[in-house]
Design a protein around this ligand. Structure first.
Ligand code: GLN
Length: 239
């Protein structure tokens, strides 16, 4: 590829409640540790979504901002265009729900999403809150996921979406699966932030853009691995 990897953080003003901006920081850091240049672009909801990003990131959000984000992203059209072009999209929780066809709005009312991922979400009781561990679809070739979930959605996958993982601790989509992927679009309920706790997932996304990546020196990866180990141990999950 030519030029820096363009990392587009979509709507920090609406979808940044759960600390998911860490996903952006980790991608930037892990790219730079490989000598790859990364250019973060923060796009607020009153700005157009650039069409030429390499990786688009969406975070979690409260119910009303989530509805507003979906409305503005639909009107803007940039994210849908980027997905059609084959850009990488990594969407968390509210972001995950809103790139699907429909999700539950502030009062649970069905609300139109972007239809980028073949999923439908609805409001469900009780709220899913707590640590989550899940075994990743072997096709993706990365170790189990650790994260924290805090949402009220149950998500059903259509035939064009593949479960990202199988839950061993926690709730995820609500049917024993967690998240979804299709091509280079990947959605998950995991906060933590997800890419901080799961560096292999960060590298998977980077690799989709930059090709095979050299390993990172042990001392540069130690903190991430320690956090990961600690969180998995806390819920009695093996490494
Ligand atoms: N508002 C959504 C829900 O409660 C998403 C929450 C989140 O992003 N953590 O299901």
């Amino acid at each position: 590829m030519s030029g820096p990897i363009r990392l587009v953080w979509v709507y920090p003003d609406l979808l940044s409640t759960y600390g998911d901006k860490g996903n952006l920081l980790v991608l930037e850091r892990r790219a730079r540790l490989r000598g790859l240049e990364a250019a973060p672009v923060l796009v607020n909801s009153d700005q157009p979504v650039p069409r030429d990003g390499d990786i688009y990131l969406l975070g979690g959000g409260e119910d009303l901002p989530q509805v507003l984000a979906a409305r503005r992203l639909r009107a803007d059209g940039g994210l849908v265009e980027a997905a059609e072009r084959g850009a990488v999209i990594f969407a968390v929780c509210a972001g995950y729900q809103l790139i699907g066809h429909v999700f539950g709005g502030a009062d649970g009312e069905p609300t139109e999403g972007l239809g980028i991922l073949d999923i439908t979400s609805a409001r469900a009781e009780p709220r899913s809150v707590g640590e989550i561990v899940a075994d990743v679809d072997p096709v993706l070739g990365i170790p189990k996921l650790t994260g924290f979930e805090n949402h009220q959605g149950h998500t059903t996958l259509g035939p064009r979406a593949i479960p990202l993982a199988t839950v061993t601790t926690g709730i995820g989509n609500g049917d024993g699966t967690e998240g979804a992927h299709a091509g280079r679009v990947l959605g998950t309920y995991l906060h933590g932030p997800a890419l901080v706790r799961n560096p292999a997932l960060a590298d998977l996304l980077l690799g989709w853009v930059a090709g095979p990546l050299p390993p990172i020196a042990h001392e540069d990866d130690e903190l991430a691995q320690t956090l990961r180990r600690e969180r998995l141990t806390a819920v009695g999950a093996a490494q």
